[in-house]
Design a protein around this ligand. Structure first.
Ligand code: FCB
Length: 442
């Protein structure tokens, strides 16, 4: 039996998407504006001026998309809820038509025998909240918790497990530190209060969800960090980068404290954002599962630019995805083993909530099959070594709006012709369907 099937019985197979990347219908049924609508309108922000205004038109075509999921045999579907569809200005009056869309979606998933796994925040902050400072404003954490309660009250009867945030690292660094994603702020390390406020929002929301008997997960983009050499400078730079990318987002949740950020020149209270008691609010509610999004490792060397405490360098001699990202399947095994080693008993069960690659513009995507198969091998090796991994959600079900890259990167099991909205299952779709069926039959 191939390694890739060597995963426990009951292991859950899924696929993931996000609201702004697939829904479209940005002006329909009372949806408010999000930071991504604003960012896409900024000249030069997104490649070729692409926007998510139509995307995969999933808002209207979700029945067809659920039929594709059913045919795949998915156990679960990870999607995100667009906060501005439900609360158009981020707070206050609820938009009944927005809530009704997620009701229909969830009912149709359950009808198809697929467990809905929602993410409450996948980067599309209501613009009205951004106008008040977005995640740099502590109040946003409280608004997030209110929004989480609205959703739990409406859908908690049908959805037992919720993901609060998607990849606060990427949102903070790309959105607030470097300005290459919405909201397009370039504050460098002074962006880090946005990280703290997201984590605080997670903690406040987690406590409300768990009070209602719901399970809570948090999905992070995690990367195994490797120093470019054994030199003291490279090793120190790798440690500083690991603290920023991984531990900043995982230590407070699992251990109740922030890592030492002094190598980054960041004060302990993260520029005054961390108030007494905050780390308890983040840690105390507990976490039922850690969502791991894995794409590639990161190689780090001592800085050449005095402005930064590290240099990110290329990983030599490895294949690349269409996006140019290095393909290192064993990085997933190392990442999982490292989490177990670092957190021990504090580590809850893991679900891989994203993993996948972009491939050239064609439905025959052999490169995706190789990518998925080799990563599942690495995952199975980690499980065999004792890491508790409960499920795997590939990114992504459909080709979709890939943020600053627009429609240029295709991550789907299903090819989408964006001119006609025709869906064509790719070679990897049939492969994944067969894998799920074989695992289930075993
Ligand atoms: C992740 C995002 C997801 C998608 C993939 C390719 O960082 O969470 O929305 O863009 O990358």
């Amino acid at each position: 039996m191939p390694d890739r099937f060597d995963l426990p019985a009951g292991f859950r197979w899924g696929a993931a998407t996000a609201a702004y990347q697939i829904e479209g219908a940005v002006e329909e049924d009372g949806r408010g504006r999000s930071v991504w609508d604003t960012f896409c309108a900024r000249p030069g922000a997104v490649r070729d001026g692409h926007t998510g205004a139509v995307a995969c038109d999933h808002y209207h075509r979700y029945p067809e998309d659920i039929a594709l999921m059913k045919d795949l045999g998915l156990d679960g579907y990870r999607f995100s809820i667009a906060w501005p569809r439900v609360l158009p200005t981020g707070a206050g009056a609820v938009n009944p038509a927005g809530l009704a869309f997620y009701d229909r979606l969830v009912d149709a998933l359950l009808e198809a025998g697929i467990a809905p796994l929602p993410t409450l925040f996948h980067w599309d902050l209501p613009q009205a909240l951004e106008d008040d400072g977005g995640w740099l404003n502590r109040d946003t954490a409280y608004r997030f918790a209110e929004y989480a309660s609205v959703m739990a009250d409406r859908l908690g009867d049908r959805i037992p497990t919720w993901i609060t945030l998607n990849e606060p690292f990427v949102h903070t660094v790309f959105g607030y530190a470097m300005g290459i994603h919405a909201p397009g702020r370039a504050l460098m390390f002074e962006a880090l209060p946005a990280a703290h406020h997201q984590l605080l929002g997670h903690g406040l929301a987690a406590s409300l969800l768990r009070e209602r008997g719901l399970e809570v997960m948090l999905s992070n983009n995690l990367t195994p960090v490797e120093p470019a050499s054994d030199s003291a400078g490279d090793v120190a730079a790798a440690e500083a980068y690991d603290a920023l990318h991984n531990r900043l987002f995982t230590d407070p949740v699992l251990l109740g404290r922030y890592p030492d950020l002094s190598a980054l020149g960041v004060p302990d209270d993260i520029y005054g954002a961390v108030r007494p008691g905050d780390t308890d609010l983040i840690h105390a509610p507990g976490l039922d599962g850690l969502g791991v999004n894995y794409y590639n490792p990161t190689r780090v060397a001592a800085p050449t630019d005095p402005g930064l405490p590290f240099d990110l360098v290329d990983i030599p001699d490895v294949p690349r995805t269409a996006f140019g990202w290095p393909v290192v399947p064993d990085g997933l095994r190392r990442l999982l083993a490292g989490l177990r080693e670092s957190y021990g008993k504090a580590l809850p069960p893991i679900t891989i909530t994203e993993n996948g690659c972009s491939t050239p513009d064609a439905p025959d995507d052999q490169a995706r099959i190789t990518y998925l198969a080799t990563h599942l091998d690495a995952l199975a090796a980690a499980v065999t070594a004792g890491v508790d991994v409960r499920g795997y959600y590939t990114w992504s079900l459909l080709d979709n709006f890939e943020w600053a890259e627009g429609y240029h990167q295709r991550f789907g099991l299903v090819y989408v012709d964006f001119a006609t909205q025709k869906r064509t299952p790719k070679a990897s779709y049939a492969w994944y369907r067969d894998l799920i069926a074989a695992h289930r039959a075993y």
